[in-house]
Design a protein around this ligand. Structure first.
Ligand code: BEZ
Length: 212
């Protein structure tokens, strides 16, 4: 199985889930996607993560990002677990959780890291663009819950840089100044970025976020 890298096509699959059979590409349609794996049902950190993910759904919707979780237990188990998540996290899990009992999807996405655990998936995250290419991969250990604000922040950056010749600096948040692509000469940048260009160094030019 080849290792997935950024820019690769996200492997398509059809699998059972807490909401019935799902085909990844049909589910994503023309939008963005976030696919994230959980080590197992009825585990404490995952319970907080899925509850938090549910509370963030409006934010993902605003960005046209479809959410899809995965764990290696079955759909019936997922449905029971979702009742617990809804109760303890005071929310409603409102996106599907793939039931990857045969580990078909986990294998496709290399979500099992045998030196960490030979049977459970680690906490992988994949962000998939509308062209179905993988734009981000993060792997957290099972013992560390994800930061969903960070995932939204990266999506904001990906969606901005997909349409404008800019990059986002360290700790950037939506609304803050951005870096002009090194491929653009400063004279050209001044014509393109009409809100202004600040040349800190010839290779470090900043401009207000162009899509606001
Ligand atoms: C958890 O989600 O709480 C968890 C799962 C596997 C190992 C450690 C923690």
């Amino acid at each position: 199985m080849p290792t997935l890298r950024l820019g690769d096509a996200a492997p398509d699959f059809t699998a059972d889930s807490s909401m019935g059979m799902i085909n990844l590409y049909d589910y994503l349609g023309d939008g963005w996607g976030i696919l994230f794996s959980h080590p197992a049902d009825f585990t404490p950190v995952c319970t907080t993560e899925l509850g938090t993910a549910a509370k963030f759904k409006d934010e993902f919707d605003k960005r046209n990002v479809k959410m899809l979780a995965l764990s290696v237990d079955g759909a019936a188990s997922h449905k029971e677990w979702i009742k617990d998540i809804n109760e303890v996290q005071k929310t409603e899990v409102n996106f599907p959780i793939i039931a990857d009992e045969d580990k078909k999807v986990s294998d496709l996405y290399d979500m099992i890291h045998p030196n960490a655990d030979s049977t459970l998936t680690v906490r992988s995250v994949f962000i998939i663009a509308p062209d179905k290419t993988i734009k981000l991969m993060i792997t957290y250990p099972a013992s560390t819950g994800r930061n969903f604000n960070e995932l939204l922040r990266v999506i904001d950056s990906l969606q901005l840089t997909a349409y404008h010749k800019v990059a986002t600096p360290a700790n950037w948040k939506n609304g803050e100044d951005v870096v002009i692509s090194p491929a653009i000469a400063t004279d050209d940048a001044k014509k393109i970025f009409t809100k202004g260009v600040e040349e800190i160094k010839p290779y470090l030019r900043m401009t207000p976020q162009p899509n606001l």
